[in-house]
Every structure is written in C-alpha cells, then in structure tokens.
Design a protein around this ligand. Sequence first.
Ligand SMILES: C[S@@+](CC[C@H](N)C(=O)[O-])C[C@H]1O[C@@H](n2cnc3c(N)ncnc32)[C@H](O)[C@@H]1O
Ligand code: SF4
Ligand code: SF4
Length: 383
Amino acid sequence: MKTRRARMILPFEKFANHVFERAYEAAKTEARKKSIADIRMLLKVVALSPSITRTKIGNNKTPIVLHHWVTLRCNASCEQCLWKDNSRPQMKTDEIKKFYTEAAEAGIVSTLIGGGEPQLRSDIGEIYRHAKEECGWKVGTATNGFFVEKRIDEFGDYLDTIVVSFDSADPKKHDRIRGIDGLFERAYNGLKKIKKEYPFIHAVINTCLDNNSVDEVEDIIALADELGVPVSFDVITTVQHTADKGTIDKKSHLIDSYERVGEALHKIIEAKKRGAVVFNSEHYLNHFECGKQPYECRYPHVFLRVMPDGDVEDCMQIDNPIGNVLETPIAAILSSERMEQFRRNAAKCCSCSSPTMIDSSYFYDNPVGLISELTVKRRKNPA
Ligand SMILES: C[S@@+](CC[C@H](N)C(=O)[O-])C[C@H]1O[C@@H](n2cnc3c(N)ncnc32)[C@H](O)[C@@H]1O
Ligand code: SF4
Ligand code: SF4
C-alpha cells in the first residue's frame, strides 16, 4: 500500500481563504437573513484558522477550478453523453503544461480533468503530474474506468480525487448504456485496486440520473457501499446552447418527468439519513423536490472551462468561444469584456442540472450555507 508524499498546502489555504472571506462578508452583510447558529459556527471556524485567514486569493474575477476537457475522444458511447466527439483536435502535452502553469499563476488552485475519456491519452500521467507537482493543485479526474486497473500505477500518486462513472448497479445494463462489454467489471476492479493500493485518493462513483437509473438509486447506493466509496448523483442535462441555432435539445427523451427525479432524490435523502455515504449536498438533493427549479448560474465565477483545443468555452454559445489559451494569456481572457458578458448571461441561465453548476452557484452566493453543509453531522449506522 502506498502512502501520500508531502503535500503543498498553499493551494488549499487559498481555496479555503476564498470561501471563508466570502462567508465572512456574507455573515456581515446578511447577518439578519442567516441563522445565529451558522454565524457562530462560521466565526469559530475562522477563529480556528489563522493560517487560512492570512493567505489571499487575489481578485474575485479568477475562478478557483480549471475544468479541463482534456480530450473529447472516447471509447464508450453512453446514451446520455452530450460531449463525446472523436474528431475535435486536442492540445499537445507541452501546450497543456504551459497553459496549466499560466493558469496557476493567474490564481487557479485546482483542476477537474474530464472529457471525453481522459485516460485514452497516453500522456495523461504527465498531465496529472504537472498539475499536481508543478502547479501545486488539487487534482480531480472523471473517468469511465476502462483503463484504471491497468494504468493507475502511472498516475495514482498525482490524483487527489477520482470519479468513476456507474450508470447502473447491474453490470449488463451498465455495459449496454455505455456501449462497451465488460466495462462494469473493469471499472469495478479499477476502484478496488485504488481502495487497496492508493487509499489516499478520494474515490467516488458518479451516476447520471435519468430514465435508466431513476428507479435504481438504492441499488447504486448499495454498490457504492460494497465498493467502500461515496456516491454522487448527477441529474441529466439535456440541452446545449449555440449562437448559430439557439438552444438544442439533445437528451430530453432520456427524462420522462422531474417528479420521478424528485422522488429518487427523496429516497437518496432518506438513505443519507440512515447513514449512506452520499456525496451530494443536502441543498442539491432538495433542489428537485418540486421539479426543475430556476437558479442564477455562477459557474463561470468558480470554474474556467477549457476545451481540448484550448478554446475557453462560453456554454451559452458553444460555437463562439471566449478565447483560446494557445493564443491569449489566461489573465487577459479572464479580465476581458467578453468574459464579463458570459458571466452576465450565465446568471440568466439554469439549463444544467449537475451538482457542479447548481451547488457552485448556490454556495457562491451563500457561502455560510457551504460551511454548514460541510459540518453537517453524519449519522453512522445504516439502519
Ligand atoms: C462526461 S463524463 C467524462 C468522464 C468520463 N468519460 C466518464 O464517463 O466518467 C463525466 C460524467 O458526466 C456524466 N454525464 C454524461 N452525460 C451527461 C449529461 N447529459 N448530463 C449529466 N451528466 C452527464 C457521465 O455519466 C459521467 O459520469
Ligand atoms: S464515457 Fe464519458 S465521455 Fe465517454 S461517452 Fe460516456 S459519458 Fe461520454
Ligand atoms: S447553467 Fe451555467 S454552466 Fe450550464 S449552460 Fe447555463 S451558464 Fe452554462
């Protein structure tokens, strides 16, 4: 079994400082709206964290997380997928490393590397390593698990979090949805190996919640329990926005009713109360209680989305990128009027149903809520 090498602490402190500074501001300005308990607890945390409060994250135009679609190529063909594209060009290793370093200098403190299937890239180990060791980032990645068992020794040392997708607890159904025979078994074995040999990696399974999985949440929770990892649920996003053709509905055939989603999330809340290790926030699990609810998207305040070819994507018009990291310095992209326009437009959008967007938006505006969410007491024993 491996143990984690010494970590750089500064990026975490920067991230935590950002959260605490915003929480403190909110506590000052919105004190009347917040519960006394939240504020007391917040002050306690701040008082206990002198090293955190001393560090500074810079200006609030810098997102915290680089959301890097490192490739859109994929060996699977999942029914729900909005992103797979085997023809989109992708940056070379050195180009990625250079732009990561620049992003770190601009104030980014962590990365989530997804796609496509990131581990299809032969250089993915070097990309994770650069993010971890040269940029000092927290490194998370999402994968279908096909290559994990075979390749984890190349990159296990550089990962903080790995999210492995399971669309069903039934191996045959999972393989059918994803279009690869034997994928369930490979993902399962990969996770087992991580648990045994890389226990310092925070491993999670993720399930896209749609017609295929909505009646299966309890079985999926049991699968996570069997694997000894938390599970997160991610309600399917069905549309994409373009400048040319407006909003394109691609996947709404995969969701019959948000009422069923609400019911499934309710079951998840109940399981969580009984002690199931569910990674979703209480806020997210309650979000769909009365159907799909509006929210003001703050995704671009928290994440910088870079596509495989270096385009900084404006998800309100995916055919009209904000800039390209190979052509324009990241700091200039972040402070551009075009980026401002994107942030303003995003605030009017609530198309995405993923926790990534819903939670980051809510907690960006309500940081005290984040702190109370993080300190919710978990009951231990499943009934
Ligand atoms: C896009 S994939 C990228 C990483 C990797 N290829 C994988 O499947 O895990 C990341 C996660 O997004 C989920 N996903 C795919 N299409 C989605 C959609 N339309 N809405 C919400 N989540 C989706 C996948 O099931 C997967 O768990
Ligand atoms: S494995 Fe991931 S990227 Fe590939 S098709 Fe499935 S969801 Fe999309
Ligand atoms: S909800 Fe946010 S992340 Fe999703 S498409 Fe709209 S602006 Fe983009």
